[in-house]
Design a protein around this ligand. Structure first.
Ligand SMILES: [Zn+2]
Ligand SMILES: [Zn+2]
Length: 216
């Protein structure tokens, strides 16, 4: 395990993430966001330090896809269909690759006809190719499409308005956009709920596995 590129990197200091950790694998952590935008807000983080998912090597792709599928199943059981979101360096607050998983539901979608996106993304290779050539981006994936956007503040604002805010505003009771500090304070019960539900999800998964017919 690599210590990471900076002692200041919050996601390289896994000790800080312990209380938020849902699942650990040799290469990834699945954690609840410490300042959740909505109940169920989860992050998928590679253990090693990469600047963004465009920077993550291809040999981690299969596991990432498996973890996204696990989060999808968890959300389907306890929340709503996911929207995945990544600040590919652009507008990151922690400079270490992380994929946001928001249970916004299938009705929250990016409107392709709005033409705000730069390209459709069908694999991690597409992200890497963009990152190699152009460095920054931001990325969104709803139940229909993965789309990459140019790192422009006006586009970013429009996507927040079109997708993120509708997803958040229908799921919170306090009106208006909250600061990370507010979300951290108000988020403690949401985090506890997500962790408790994840444990149930894991136990049920194990129970289902036990019910499988044995071959020998
Ligand atoms: Zn890091
Ligand atoms: Zn982030």
């Amino acid at each position: 395990m690599q210590p990471g590129n900076g002692i200041d990197c919050a996601f390289c200091q896994h000790g800080h993430l312990k209380r938020y950790t849902l699942k650990e694998t040799p290469t990834f952590l699945v954690v609840t966001d410490h300042a959740p935008l909505v109940a169920g807000h989860i992050l998928i983080i590679p253990r090693n330090h990469y600047t963004c998912y465009g920077d993550v090597p291809a040999d981690l792709d299969a596991e990432l896809l498996t973890l996204k599928q696990t989060v999808r199943q968890f959300f389907a059981r306890f929340y709503a269909a996911p929207v995945f979101w990544e600040h590919g360096i652009f507008h990151q607050t922690v400079f270490h690759a992380h994929l946001h998983c928001f249970p916004f539901g299938e009705e929250i979608r990016y409107d392709l006809a709005s033409g705000l996106h730069e390209r459709l993304i069908t694999s991690q290779d597409d992200l890497r190719a963009w990152h190699r050539q152009h460095n920054q981006y931001f990325y969104l994936e709803d139940s229909q499409h993965g789309v990459l956007f140019q790192p422009e503040i006006e586009r970013y604002r429009q996507i927040i308005q079109q997708v993120l805010w509708p997803g958040v505003s229908t799921r919170i009771t306090t009106p208006g956009w909250r600061s990370p500090q507010q979300r951290q304070q108000e988020g403690q019960p949401l985090i506890a709920e997500t962790i408790a539900r994840w444990r149930t999800f894991e136990q049920q998964g194990e129970a289902y596995a036990d019910e499988q017919p044995r071959t020998r």
